[in-house]
Write a protein of this length. Structure first.
Length: 384
């Protein structure tokens, strides 16, 4: 792909070095084991979190509090390389850094930041982000989780669903309805009344911890509230951070599928010549190369916009919609090149395709991003 798009010419030497470091870690530490983790539905998340913390990728785009303070583009490249191995690994990093840590960094008190951000950056503490509920995903304003005052304390009751890292988290950032509107709360997971049963029987994101959060009379001090986040602006700002990582990450999964398919087509013989020697195969490869290359260009452009402070939510929606949609199409097409071998875990293609089915709908469904873009283009909101 580099010979056709010259992508490295768009990156700074430091960014290329960061990309290479994360790619080597993912290749050496994760790739040899991830198919087994996927098959077994397990992930050594705590061990990986500490290693990823040592690598500097947890909250790497945040400043201070032991965070690396790298550029948004560098963070995106790290997401790309992690998702090239598995979407579940990128999800671990995204939820830690772009949801839980970003919420604390952007909206938290100094005490909350000092308490949680340094150990989270080191991977010694794991965070999760409780917004989605069983009946409220695309419409978070309707959430039923509530927080009521009891003297100087808050009492939280409710349920959150599809929460990455929930069962292993040390701290949860939970959003709830209050008399003052939607507010965020920092909930240590050892608080009485908090539980996080893990969701099983998944056929996607199996190398990832997905949980329900149950808050049954969870009592928190007044200091647990995120002081500067009021209304949906708080959680939506965090989601925008996570979507940015997906713009890069999803195209990493597509790249891995394409590289696998190209290599396979050159070694697999059909009618006494390599599969790669057939016009139909080359047409598939050429079309996929265009989409993967364009996806990289779009991600890099959004990274530069974010680094300059000019990235809008509508632009992030454009990147998420395009790159995930094209990535899942690339994965499916690559599966056809691999034939029956494409459905096994010996190759990463079907695993990526299954994972991308989740990526397609989390952090905003295709339909929600289409409507966001439609509103930007027409000035008309068609969400209802």
């Amino acid at each position: 792909m580099e010979k056709l798009f010259g992508l490295d010419s768009l990156l700074e030497p430091e960014e290329i070095e960061i990309r290479s470091t994360v790619r080597k870690f993912a290749s050496d530490r994760i790739r040899p084991h991830v198919a087994q983790w996927f098959e077994e539905g397990t992930l050594p998340a705590r061990d990986l979190a500490k290693e990823l913390g040592s690598l500097g990728v947890l909250g790497m785009h945040l400043e201070g509090y032991d965070c690396a303070g790298m550029s948004a583009t560098a963070y995106g490249l790290a997401c790309l390389e992690l998702e090239a191995v598995d979407s579940g690994i990128r999800s671990l990093v995204s939820v830690q850094g772009s949801l839980a840590m970003f919420a604390l960094h952007r909206w938290g008190s100094e005490e909350q930041k000092q308490t949680w951000l340094p150990p989270m950056a080191r991977g010694e503490a794991i965070g999760c982000f409780g917004l989605t509920e069983p009946d409220f995903g695309s419409n978070p304003a309707g959430m039923r989780t509530n927080a009521k005052r009891d003297g100087d304390d808050w009492i939280l009751n409710g349920t959150k669903m599809w929460i990455t890292n929930g069962s292993i988290a040390d701290v949860a950032v939970v959003w709830a309805q209050t008399d003052e509107g939607i507010r965020g709360f920092v909930v240590p997971t050892d608080t009485l009344g908090f539980s996080a049963p893990e969701i099983k029987k998944k056929v996607s994101l199996r190398a990832s911890v997905t949980s329900e959060l149950v808050l049954d009379g969870v009592r928190l001090p007044a200091s647990a509230m995120l002081p500067t986040a009021q209304g949906l602006r708080g959680p939506l700002s965090c989601l925008n951070e996570a979507r940015f990582g997906i713009v890069f990450g999803s195209i990493g999964a597509a790249r891995d599928c394409l590289e696998t398919a190209v290599e396979y087509s050159m070694s697999r013989e059909v009618f006494d010549k390599p599969l790669a020697g057939y016009q139909l195969t080359q047409a598939k490869i050429a079309d996929m190369m265009l989409e993967v290359g364009k996806g990289h260009l779009l991600a890099y452009q959004l990274g530069r916009l974010k680094d300059s402070g000019g990235l809008t939510p509508e632009q992030v929606s454009t990147g998420k919609l395009n790159n995930v949609r094209e990535a899942i199409d690339v994965a499916r097409t690559c599966r056809t090149i691999l034939g029956a071998n494409g459905i096994t875990l010996e190759y990463p293609v079907m695993r990526h395709a299954n994972n991308l089915e989740s990526v397609l709908t989390y952090e905003g469904t295709t339909e929600m991003h289409q409507l966001t873009i439609g509103r930007a283009m027409t000035g008309e909101a068609a969400f209802r």
